[in-house]
Design a protein around this ligand. Structure first.
Ligand code: ZN
Length: 162
């Protein structure tokens, strides 16, 4: 599955590409929003129940997250609600999109609560990672290579476009 590396770089690139103000706040914000769906690990660790790639990986949750985040930022910074909502939804959805290309998982609950089915792409890009092997394991090199290759490619594309 994509790690915070691929998700964070995607959020950074989208923050630079979307019409967000070019402030450090929004660069950090983009990285945070791109990683945010995986914070569902926290209730999973606390309760032991399966939360990962469930509700937080749905379009309805992306919509709700974007509405609330845009409201909070608009209230505190007076920036355009519509612009922040639009950019937040795109960046949050990028996480869902990437997770659908993960090997070693059934996919994500993209259409929750309308469907409990896990959805994933017909071809998969990101290799699985087995966290039970510890912090360092040689098999992680394949995963890291794909993630770094993806990230470097995105950053090169951003550089060419800008
Ligand atoms: Zn995820």
């Amino acid at each position: 599955m994509p790690s915070p590396i691929a998700h964070g770089v995607t959020g950074y690139v989208l923050s630079n590409s979307l019409p967000l103000k070019k402030l450090n706040f929004y660069l950090f914000y983009g990285v945070f929003v791109a990683i945010a769906p995986d914070f569902d690990f926290i209730p999973q660790w606390i309760t032991g129940e399966k939360f990962h790639r469930g509700v937080t990986h749905s379009l309805v949750f992306a919509l709700a997250f974007s509405l609330i985040a845009a409201g909070l930022i608009h209230y505190s910074r007076k920036d355009s609600y519509k612009l922040i909502f639009f950019c937040t939804f795109i960046i949050y959805s990028s996480h869902l999109f990437l997770d659908m290309f993960s090997m070693g998982s059934p996919g994500i609950k993209l259409l929750f609560p309308f469907s409990n089915d896990y959805i994933r792409a017909s071809f998969l890009i990101f290799p699985p990672i087995d966290y039970t092997l510890g912090l360092f394991h040689p098999s992680y090199l394949v995963f890291l290579g794909v993630e770094l290759g993806y990230s470097i490619l995105l950053l090169i594309l951003l550089r060419i476009v800008k």
